[in-house]
Design a protein around this ligand. Sequence first.
Ligand code: MSP
Length: 519
Amino acid sequence: MADTYYVTTPIYYVNDAPHIGHAYTTIAADVLARYWRSAGRDVRFLTGTDEHGIKIVKAASEKGMTPRELADSVVVHFQKLWDDLEITHDDFIRTSEPRHERRVQEIVRRLVDADQIYLGAYAGWYDEGQEEFVTESTARDNDYASAISGKPLTRYEEPSYFFRLSRWIEPLIKHIEATPGFIRPDARRNEVLSKLKMGVEDLSISRLREKLGNWGVPMPNDETHSVYVWIDALANYYSACGLPRIDDEHDAAAARYWPADVHVIGKDILWFHAVYWPCMLMALDIELPRCVFAHGWWTSEGRKMSKSLGNFISREVIGEICDEYGVDVFRYYLLRTVTFGLDGDFSRDDLRERYNGELANGLGNLLSRTVNMIGRYCDGAVPAPDADVDAVADVRRAAQALTSGADDAMGSCQFHIYLAHLQGLVAATNRFIDATKPFALAKDDTQRSRLATILYTCAEAVRIALLYLAPFMPATARRGLAQLGLDVSEEPLSVASAWGRLPAGAQTDKGAALFPRKT
Ligand code: MSP
């Protein structure tokens, strides 16, 4: 049986429609899922929506809706955007679904039974936008406003159940120290470690249900409380696997995928994923996810995104960009421009430059030169390579760098390295054409076999580049391969991408430019 790969996105709040930040995480996870599927692994890709908590209750009441009505009306925007962006998730979980709610209750019940939960009282500050408890000193440092949204913090004083988080901090520190890839990138891991070493208190994990309009998952041991929205939300990664077993039709349906290989998230929610979640799992004696990867944030045209500044990249703006450039270009641009893990800036000028430079002049030009020459000099049929041409070694070396480095790059979510190798192959092949001058050789009949080798090499290099491009630009890769007379391969990538798999005689078919130049 193929080995499994389980990748998740955060589940998104349904208080508002999706924007570039949501699209970014989801596209990154989709690229991982597509890559590992093409490598032959048994992949599970989960996304969904986070529908409980005070933030949703308040947003709903401002709109004159119930939380469920709001969730139902917003969830469709997420689902539509994922369809438009060619996202290939295997499951979409909503935290208001019974399959999830019942499993959250079971998880909490087990924590209660294991004496991991006790009744106390919470008195302190809360950031409703982040659904996060804020310590007195952090609150004071930020003038009692949210560090993220700037909105005033709310004061709570009420009975609450607490999770014995502090018990698990030592084991967690040990785990992080012993498992270098657990929190990525490294800078984030170090941040988490130093904050952990400053000490962590037990975690309030319930709120009075009456304060939440009776929304949320009731605590199994006390129905006057709802489970804290973050505990509820984090559990989705496990509940979507049909775990824990609770005797319903979802039981363990996808259990073989646990533990997750990677939770892809944004840097603002790292603490929840790198501390609360693993501690809960340790308290339940459940295996920990293998990696939590925290990516950076996008600004837009040099400034923080904001609706009032007019630089907000909403789903409508994403739609316009995709209409202009194509969905694939948007997907590619997000992961190519910024080192995954760092912050980045979205700029229309930069998008156009990269499009014209790397895509139109790079890969697009290489494919069209190759197919044109094969059309003109070989009646459109890929020629068999039958002469030694020294410069071929440079192209093969570039192909080798891509094919041998790809698993490592994807295994550590280093999309920029993967794409740099891919662009390296394209550049090496364009240089190869310039150096070997097939258009000049074509005029000399004695050079036929040399010409055949050169054209075969170009076609083979483009084929390999397109196979590796497919997780980022699925439709483009399909169109490009069709111009080489090929289908997307069903074989595992490592087999399909071996040098020489391109059959001589394949009938090329000059199609429309992959990337028409933009002015
Ligand atoms: N519901 C929680 C997650 C629960 S996961 C168990 C949540 N939802 S969210 O809708 O607010 O945000 C989801 C993701 O969007 C986060 O990973 C966040 O980092 C990301 N982004 C929001 N704005 C962003 C940018 N401007 N840039 C990049 N990502 C950003 O948090």
